[in-house]
Design a protein around this ligand. Structure first.
Ligand SMILES: *[C@@H]1O[C@H](CO)[C@@H](O)[C@H](O)[C@H]1NC(C)=O
Ligand SMILES: *[C@@H]1O[C@H](CO)[C@@H](O)[C@H](O)[C@H]1NC(C)=O
Ligand SMILES: *[C@@H]1O[C@H](CO)[C@@H](O)[C@H](O)[C@H]1NC(C)=O
Ligand SMILES: *[C@@H]1O[C@H](CO)[C@@H](O)[C@H](O)[C@H]1NC(C)=O
Ligand SMILES: *[C@@H]1O[C@H](CO)[C@@H](O)[C@H](O)[C@H]1NC(C)=O
Length: 343
């Protein structure tokens, strides 16, 4: 009999201490073994059931299609991204490629106007001067955190608007950590495939007027008690332009030189990144320059507009309190042309 066989086996094999010749004991042992067996079989069954249901889940995930390869040149591949923001879904545009960019500029060089133009394009989100907040640029890891958030389409600002963004970026002044952490930032741009847009102003004297007037208005608050760096009506522009700064003629040339040096250094640092250089004056004169930028970002071509109004217009001689001194200081230098420029 099977039971006897098992008993025999048990007696001689495992249960050495079992009392001899006890049929009741034998039956008990058989019962226990049967129970253990059935429990074991049940757990195996259950495991298989749950494993197969896991399998189904896996299959569902695998079935979800990856985005089709976009039709692009091989050199472009590092600059094309498919961000997956955690807080929302890119829904119908999840498979639209996204380019990352940064507008690298200096204060009062037309970057506010330029950014408002870019943001007029439905497929561009430029998130503003985010590194004007000091703590965000207190060290490179803070900088990287902010950049990661922007490029993953998770930065919330008035410009971060829709899931169909095809180019996302920010406006970044050279003195907001760009020069200081240039090595790490260049490395980031190259490994993450960020496109750099350098925006400069040719006429640095006009830029200086704008810097001085803007800093004066920070205290004077000429618009009924509020400070404005950018305006949307000719009336507001006229109010701001009424103030004529006086320029320190002795420091003028060293100051202009310092700005030039900073520009040259930045271009040298970033020369190995993919970049474009645009000048404020060229864009004011010729709106088709804006198409070059759209082409660089590979967004669909659009007519783009800004509501911003230029503050300082007309001949530069009307905009400086001590015009004669300034004129004398620049005559015969390499900066003389700044005295005549239109914009
Ligand atoms: C672009 O500017 C025009 C004119 O100011 C405006 O009507 C339009 O709504 C703007 N589009 C976007 C996307 O901001
Ligand atoms: C970077 O700066 C932040 C905020 O100032 C600070 O909390 C963090 O510890 C700093 N990290 C490093 C690596 O220095
Ligand atoms: C641009 O945005 C529109 C909707 O706002 C979308 O239909 C289109 O696919 C987007 N284009 C690109 C290239 O992402
Ligand atoms: C300042 O206030 C006056 C009177 O209330 C108003 O007419 C004018 O438009 C305001 N100017 C600006 C720039 O808001
Ligand atoms: C305007 O800019 C475009 C593109 O950069 C250029 O091809 C064109 O010649 C310029 N037009 C004028 C009038 O300067």
């Amino acid at each position: 009999m099977a039971a006897d066989d098992i008993c025999f086996f048990s007696k001689d094999g495992f249960f050495l201490k079992a009392p001899k010749k006890s049929p009741l004991m034998c039956r008990m042992i058989v019962l226990v073994i049967a129970m253990v067996c059935s429990v074991y079989m049940c757990t195996v069954c259950l495991q298989q059931i749950s494993f197969s249901s896991n399998n189904e889940n896996l299959n569902v995930e695998v079935v979800e299609k990856p985005c089709p390869e976009p039709y692009i040149d091989p050199w472009e591949i590092p600059y094309v991204h498919y961000p997956k923001p955690k807080s929302y879904s890119r829904v119908e545009c999840a498979c639209n490629p996204v380019r990352y960019f940064a507008i690298l500029s200096m204060q009062r060089s037309g970057s506010g106007w330029f950014e408002s133009l870019l943001n007029n394009h439905t497929n561009i989100s430029s998130n503003g001067e985010i590194f004007s907040v000091k703590v965000r640029r207190s060290n490179i890891s803070m900088i990287v955190d902010s950049l990661d958030k922007i490029y993953n389409l998770e930065w919330l600002s008035s410009a971060s608007r829709n899931e169909c963004t095809a180019a996302v970026g920010l406006k970044w002044m050279l003195n907001q950590g760009v020069t200081q952490y240039h090595e790490e930032i260049v490395e980031y741009f190259k490994t993450r495939g960020v496109l750099a847009i350098f925006l400069f102003r040719r006429n640095l004297l006009r830029r200086m007027i704008s810097v001085l007037a803007n800093s004066y208005d920070r205290d004077a608050k000429l618009q009924n008690g509020t400070h404005k760096s950018h305006v949307h009506s000719p009336h507001e522009a006229e109010i701001l332009a009424r103030y004529k700064p006086s320029i320190n003629a002795r420091l003028l040339i060293p100051n202009l030189k310092q700005v030039e040096d900073m520009t040259a250094k930045a271009l040298e640092y970033f020369k190995s990144t993919r970049h474009i250089i645009v000048y404020y004056e060229d864009m004011v004169k010729n709106h088709t320059k804006l198409l070059d930028v759209q082409e660089f970002l590979k967004v669909p071509r659009r007519e783009i507009r800004s509501r911003q109004v230029k503050i300082h217009k007309g001949p530069i001689s009307n905009q400086i309190e001590n015009w004669d001194e300034v004129q004398k200081a620049l005559k015969g230098t390499c900066y003389e042309s700044f005295l005549h420029g239109d914009y």
